[in-house]
Design a protein around this ligand. Structure first.
Ligand SMILES: [Zn+2]
Length: 205
C-alpha cells in the first residue's frame, strides 16, 4: 500500500519506541483486518489521552484525571495513599521507573520523578533538574531518606552524584539502589562494570 492514508499511519506508528517501519506496516495490516470499530475505539482513546491522563502535581508520575473531582489538579494514587510514609522518598528519572520500582511491592514510601537526567553531551545541565521542588518537598514532608533510583547508566550515575552533593546540606539520609547481576543471569554474560559494582556492594551473608 502506498496511499496517503497508509503512509501517514505507518509513519506515526513507526515513531513509537521499538516499532520500526516493518512493524508499523504489520500493525497497519492488522488494524485493517479487524472490524472497523476497533480502529475507531483506538482513535477515540488516543484523542482523549492527554485530557484523561496528566502528570501528578506532587510526584510527576502519570495519573487519571478524575472527572468528578471538584479541582482539576490531579494527585496520583501513590501520593494520596495514607498507608505510605512521607519520610521515604524514591527519586526516579521517568514515570515508567515508578512502575518498575513498584513491581517488588516492598517500597512503602513515595516518589519524585525528575523528568530528565543530567546529560552534558545532550546539553542537559543541572538547571534543568527540579532540584528546588525536591528540596521543598523534603522540607514540607519531613523526608528522612532519599533513595536515588536513577538508572545505572553514565547519565543516571552523574545525576545521582549531583543529587547527593546538592542534598548533603539538608541532612537527609541519601541512599542509592544497588546494581548487580540480574536474577537468573549467568556471570559470564555480565559486563565488567556490573560485576565490579556487584563486588563493591557485596553484603555479609
Ligand atoms: Zn503522585
Amino acid at each position: 500500500m502506498r496511499g496517503k492514508g497508509a503512509k501517514r499511519l505507518t509513519a506515526l506508528l513507526a515513531r513509537l519506541p521499538g516499532v520500526g517501519e516493518k512493524t508499523a506496516q504489520r500493525y497497519l495490516y492488522h488494524l485493517l483486518a479487524q472490524p472497523s470499530a476497533y480502529a475507531v475505539e483506538l482513535g477515540d482513546a488516543l484523542r482523549a489521552l492527554h485530557a484523561q491522563i496528566r502528570p501528578c502535581l506532587r510526584c510527576g508520575n502519570y495519573t487519571d484525571v478524575d472527572e468528578n473531582a471538584a479541582e482539576s489538579a490531579p494527585v496520583c494514587d501513590i501520593c494520596s495513599d495514607p498507608r505510605r510514609s512521607d519520610k521515604l522518598l524514591c527519586v526516579v528519572a521517568r514515570p515508567t521507573d515508578v512502575l518498575a520500582m513498584e513491581r517488588p511491592g516492598s517500597l512503602r514510601g513515595r516518589y519524585f520523578v525528575l523528568g530528565k537526567l543530567l546529560s552534558p553531551l545532550d546539553g542537559v545541565g543541572p538547571e534543568a533538574l527540579p532540584i528546588g521542588i525536591l528540596r521543598a518537598r523534603i522540607e514540607e514532608d519531613g523526608v528522612e531518606e532519599i533513595i536515588l533510583a536513577t538508572p545505572p547508566s553514565v547519565d543516571g550515575e552523574a545525576t545521582a552524584l549531583f543529587l547527593r552533593r546538592e542534598l548533603a546540606a539538608t541532612g537527609v539520609l541519601v541512599t542509592r539502589i544497588a546494581s548487580g547481576v540480574p536474577h537468573g543471569g549467568d556471570l559470564e554474560f555480565a559486563d565488567a562494570i556490573t560485576l565490579g559494582r556487584a563486588l563493591d556492594h557485596r553484603q555479609k551473608f
